[in-house]
Ligand binder design. Structure first.
Ligand SMILES: [Zn+2]
Ligand SMILES: [Zn+2]
Length: 691
């Protein structure tokens, strides 16, 4: 054995040894219990960041542990096409080259993004390998695999046939710059100051921050409990500049304390107004189009951007003496989570999923612990979102994704929904000319089906055996986007929950506890750390010292410290391997004591891993190896080497097993170095110590 453990000389070879041995690929076996984790698919197009390295470590620890327990263990890897994220990146690249997406037809553009992503996908997969991920590459999946798309289409068709999908004119969160709608979850809130204009509407004065939308007003509303307007309800207000009459209505949604307590109702450009408009059967007028330009207004404003129109309208209102006063208001506005610009609430025709019945089922499953969260605080978050979920707008105006299988008749304009195939004729009138919707599914609609879509399309019998999966391990910020949607769609499509335990991990922060970001310059590149200190050292430092659910502070010193531990165990092995194989002799009291300590540590580690307390397990094996095995026992064997050899080999063997889930490379490398001394040819497929 070399004097020091050089990770770079061993890691690749060891990974290949594991993969070639078939250890990553479980068999469907009636005599064995299955253990399944579906990997949250990383973005195919991106490098893994330090957050990924944390989830890879956690999931690999669980996978290796359950595999050694003799369970048929599947960790299914995948890659995400990451719809809008990837198209965003690709369009930036096009722009740099002096092109734009409008320069290409849909199919060409799709093909270009496809090639670009596939080129990077293997890069991401090799990074998973470098971290030691023992996932089953023979069952690897991509979210745009044709067989996955088929499953997604079948679900959409079933939802449509069950009356849960509808084409709705709804107010949506539209970003004019990204050119797409976003769900409520993708809209960030920022606080800011804006002028609040008090405008004379004849019999009543209203207050608004958006005078350019007055042409879309359909009513003025007051609160029915507001005494100052009691006599005005049922009367008329007059819209300035165009001088048309608007009804004055009463609705409890109006805030008495905002502005004058009278609200202009603009269903086309405000979510609350839309709701009030629906309730009172008011029409919806749009005066801002999808490019953010004015439309349906007096001629002088048509074609102006909403921003310039606002200035013009204010000028005209002032000239007409209709602005009574201007105040500054501090309020919360919705901005695009990608470009941080204002979100324009617009009315648009989109595909919607009715979520009420799905959310109810999901809530029941969580309450009955059919899906159980290891941390109550995350269960609370999931329930909160499920209780407050609005109908889900599942269409996106991008091309990088799964195109919606909805075809519109050129003649009667009705929609025909299929499970993917182009229909020969219109389902309503029989006409043969149909055009497919250009929209694609929200990526969460397809990834919400990931656990069963993957298992139904891998090997025959996989779904029946590995589903429901055992653990869903993911980041807390995607509970509302992903976790609750997997529960809803899983229950709907399969009649069963998609997973039994939900394990949520916290963020990786820098050593000062700051969020890691490129702009702060505190990025820790997992691959660089792996090359410098070895994957094992990085893995240990990513689970060290705190529960999985908490944020963790990471520094290069932590990682270096764990490399010292890898060297420590290497040195222990070198000491043990100096002597020929031990013969069976009677143990003395030191031997007995270390074996007893070993058993006690094995019990603690096993209990901790069963309870997902991964840091506790890692710290226990570290403490055992370094302090009990090396510092105490090893010292005591120095003058009785031959007699203690058998016990040394046994304790080393069991220590390597207990260490393996956390530091797979160094433990397997040592196992291979002393192979004839150990009970099986490969550590990865050896048996977990009995407790
Ligand atoms: Zn945007
Ligand atoms: Zn038709």
């Amino acid at each position: 054995m070399d004097k020091i453990y050089d990770h770079s000389a061993h890691e690749q070879g060891i990974y290949k040894l594991w993969e070639d041995s078939g250890a990553f690929t479980p068999k469907v076996s009636k005599d064995k219990k299955p253990f399944t984790i579906i990997m949250p698919p990383p973005n195919a197009n991106d490098n893994l960041h330090i957050g990924h390295a944390r989830f890879v470590t956690i999931e690999d620890v669980l996978t290796r542990y359950h595999r050694m327990r003799g369970e048929s263990t599947l960790w299914l890897p995948g890659a995400d096409h990451a719809g809008i994220e990837t198209q965003f990146v690709f369009e930036k690249k096009l722009k740099k080259e002096g092109n734009s997406r409008q320069d290409f037809d849909r199919d060409t553009l799709y093909k270009m993004i496809w090639d670009y992503v596939l080129e990077n996908k293997s890069n991401m997969e090799n990074q998973l390998r470098a971290l030691g991920a023992s996932c089953d590459w023979t069952r690897n999946k991509f979210t745009l695999d044709p067989e996955i798309i088929k499953v997604v289409y079948a679900t959409f068709k079933k939802l449509y046939d069950d009356g849960l999908v509808y084409r709705g004119e709804r107010i949506i969160n539209y970003c004019p710059r990204c050119g797409t709608a976003y769900s409520q979850l993708e809209v960030d809130s920022v606080e800011r100051d804006d002028p609040l204009y008090f405008i004379d509407y004849g019999s009543i004065v209203i207050a608004t921050t958006r005078p350019e939308t007055i042409f879309a007003d359909v009513a003025v509303a007051v609160n029915p409990k507001d005494p100052k307007y009691k006599d005005l309800v049922g009367k008329k207000a007059v819209l300035p500049l165009v001088k048309s009459e608007l009804p004055i209505i009463a609705d409890p949604l109006v805030d008495i304390n905002f502005g004058t307590g009278a609200l202009k109702i603009t269903p086309g450009h405000d979510a609350t107004d839309f709701e009030i408009g629906q309730k009172h059967n008011l029409p919806t007028i749009s005066v801002i189009d999808a490019e953010g330009k004015m439309t349906n207004t007096p001629e002088k404003y048509i074609g102006l951007s909403a921003g310039s129109a606002r200035e013009e309208v204010i000028k005209d209102l002032e000239a007409a003496g209709k602005i009574k006063k201007v105040e500054t208001i501090h309020h919360v506005v919705g901005v695009c989570y990608k470009d941080k610009g204002a979100i324009e609430p617009l009315v648009s025709k989109q595909w919607f999923l009715k979520v009420e019945s799905l959310a109810k089922e999901a809530l029941t499953a969580i309450s009955k612990k059919r899906v159980s969260f290891t941390s109550p605080r995350f269960e609370k978050i999931a329930k909160h979102w499920l209780k407050n979920l609005k109908d889900w707008n599942i269409s996106r105006q991008i091309i990088w994704g799964i195109r919606i299988p909805a075809f519109r008749c050129d003649k009667c304009l009705e929609w025909t929904i299929t499970d993917g195939a182009t229909p020969e004729k219109c389902g309503s009138c029989g006409h043969a000319g149909l055009t497919q919707d250009t929209d694609t599914f929200d990526t969460w609609f397809s990834s919400g089906q990931w656990p069963y879509a993957t298992l139904k399309t891998t090997k025959a019998g996989d779904f029946e055996y590995f589903y429901p999966t055992s653990v869903m391990e993911t980041a807390y910020d995607i509970i509302p986007f992903w976790v609750i949607r997997m529960v809803m769609l899983g229950l709907y499509s399969t009649g069963d929950v998609p997973f039994r335990d939900v394990l949520i991990h916290g963020l990786v922060r820098d050593k000062e506890g700051q969020k890691i970001s490129k702009s702060k310059g505190n990025v820790i590149d997992p691959l660089e750390m792996t090359q410098r200190y070895g994957a094992d050292a990085l893995r240990m430092s990513l689970i060290w010292g705190t529960l999985i659910e908490n944020d963790i502070s990471l520094s290069e010193e932590n990682i270096r410290g764990q490399r010292n531990f890898a060297n420590k165990i290497w040195n222990i092995a070198r000491y043990v391997f100096l002597e020929p194989r031990g013969k069976k002799v009677k143990r003395n009291q030191d031997d007995e004591a270390i074996v007893k300590e070993l058993k006690s540590s094995a019990r603690k580690i096993t209990a901790a891993l069963n309870g997902f307390r991964i840091s506790e397990a890692a710290e226990e094996i570290y403490d055992f190896i370094w302090h009990k095995f090396a510092d105490i026992y090893l010292e005591k064997t120095k003058d009785r080497r031959a007699e203690s050899q058998k016990t040394l080999e046994y304790v080393l063997q069991e220590s390597l097993k207990l260490l393996h889930p956390f530091m797979p490379y160094v433990s397997e490398t040592i196992w291979q170095e002393g192979r004839e001394r150990f009970e099986s040819p490969l550590l990865i497929s050896s048996t977990w110590p009995k407790v």
